[in-house]
Structures are given as structure tokens and as C-alpha cells.
Design a protein around this ligand. Structure first.
Ligand SMILES: Nc1ncnc2c1ncn2[C@@H]1O[C@H](COP(=O)(O)OP(=O)(O)OP(=O)(O)O)[C@@H](O)[C@H]1O
Length: 214
């Protein structure tokens, strides 16, 4: 059984002299689905950028596997799948070609699994169509199909439900719940309510008060 542990100790972030959040303490473990909440501009994406090491402009400590990030962040990144706001696909390539490219990075290549993943996200019949001919929601679905292929135990997902229809949202919720049930850790931002038996919520508004900042 996986024993994942990510701890945030007294995390603070400022942008343009404005405190986004301060005094943020939280512990996330295997089996957790963590929803980062807060209004537009409250710092949700900023927090995900800090956790994914895209930004190191923060104060406080992050611990992975009970070790400070300075010693453990490469180990953390090797176990992470991050899907940000942008779909991260080449529009000149087809969905299959995009996924083959990602699979080659992770070492394992299986066209059967790629076709199966694209079917799961409702892209059967579009496998070989260049992505520039697909809609915004279909681009998002190509990106989300990576969740069916990538074995990483930690997922960090920024607004994964954007541009996805109701059926797609339900399928994605199930996939997230399954990852957590298998001992993974999923951290996501979304403005919508999600169903998950192991949901933990972190509202950044709770960490931008005068008390939190002092
Ligand atoms: N690189 C940057 N330089 C200056 N300000 C920034 C930078 N990145 C983000 N900000 C500011 O930080 C604030 C938080 O942005 P962020 O994208 O983290 O918010 P968010 O909670 O994800 O918002 P939304 O719900 O709209 O996606 C915003 O006011 C934004 O303008």
C-alpha cells in the first residue's frame, strides 16, 4: 500500500505586494482528494505552481515523504502528473500522436491502451484527426486521457472540469475517486462541487485574514 505524505507548513505567497495566502498548514496523505477552493484571484493556481515547483516564490516549508522539499522534490516530481490550465498538446498532431509522445517519455508505449483511453474520454472516431480540427472541450479531453495512461500516484489538476460536459465530469470524478482508492493523492482546483468519499477542502480565503498574515 502506498504511503504518500505531503505537508505544507506555514506556507505564504505574495504577488505584487499583495498577500494571497499566509500561514497555510495542511497535511495530505494517500487516499485523499484535496479540493483547493477560493474565489477568482485568491491564489489557487499560484499554490499549485508552488507545489509543482514551477514557482519557488513562496515562504514556508513543504515536506514530501516527511523530508523537506530541498531533499525530496525530485522524488516528488517523479511521482507527479500535473495537468495545468493549458491542455499541453501539439495541435498539428492527432490525439494518438500526442499520447504516443507522452508515453515515450514515460517509457511504456501501447497503442491499444491509447485507443482505449481515448474511447474512455469520448474521443472514439477522433483518434487520428489533427488536434487543430478539434474543439476546446475535445482538446481538454485529449489532455485528460493521460489520466487513464499515466501510472503516477500523485495528480495535481488545475480546473480539470473546464469545458467538459456532464457525462465527462461524472467519468472524471470516478477516475479521481479510483486513484484515491488505490492509495494515490489527488489535489485539484475547481469551482464546482465534486463527489468524492475522501474529499478534503482547503479554502484559501481562510488563509488571507489579518490573523493568518500576522
Ligand atoms: N506572475 C505573476 N505576477 C504577478 N501577479 C501574479 C502572477 N501570477 C499570479 N498573479 C496574481 O496573483 C493572483 C492569484 O492568481 P491565481 O491565478 O493564483 O488565482 P486563482 O485563485 O487560480 O484564480 P482563478 O480562480 O481565476 O483561476 C491574481 O491576482 C494574479 O493576478
Amino acid at each position: 500500500m502506498l504511503d504518500l505524505s505531503l505537508e505544507l507548513r506555514d506556507l505564504s505567497c505574495e504577488r505584487d505586494d499583495r498577500v494571497l495566502f499566509a500561514g497555510l498548514c495542511a497535511q495530505f496523505n494517500s487516499g485523499d482528494v484535496v479540493q483547493i477552493e477560493g474565489p477568482n484571484g485568491s491564489g489557487k493556481t499560484t499554490l499549485l505552481k508552488v507545489l509543482t515547483t514551477i514557482s519557488n516564490d513562496y515562504r514556508g516549508e513543504i515536506y514530501w515523504d516527511r523530508k523537506p522539499f530541498s531533499q525530496s522534490k525530485f522524488e516528488f516530481l517523479s511521482q507527479l502528473l500535473f495537468l495545468g490550465h493549458l491542455p499541453g498538446i501539439k495541435k498539428a498532431l492527432s490525439p494518438v500522436e500526442n499520447l504516443l509522445w507522452y508515453q515515450r517519455i514515460s517509457g511504456e508505449v501501447s497503442k491499444d491502451r491509447i485507443f482505449s483511453a481515448l474511447t474512455q474520454v469520448g474521443l472514439a472516431g477522433y483518434e487520428d484527426v489533427p488536434c487543430y480540427q478539434l474543439s476546446a472541450g475535445q482538446h481538454r479531453r485529449v489532455a485528460l486521457s493521460r489520466l487513464y495512461l499515466d501510472p503516477s500516484p500523485v495528480w495535481i489538476l488545475d480546473e480539470p472540469f473546464t469545458a467538459i460536459d456532464k457525462k465527462g465530469v461524472a467519468a472524471l470524478e470516478r477516475l479521481i475517486a479510483e486513484r484515491a482508492e488505490k492509495g494515490g493523492l489527488v489535489i485539484l482546483t475547481t469551482h464546482q462541487d465534486i463527489n468524492s468519499p475522501s474529499l478534503k477542502k482547503v479554502n484559501l480565503q481562510d488563509f488571507n485574514t489579518v490573523e493568518a498574515q500576522s
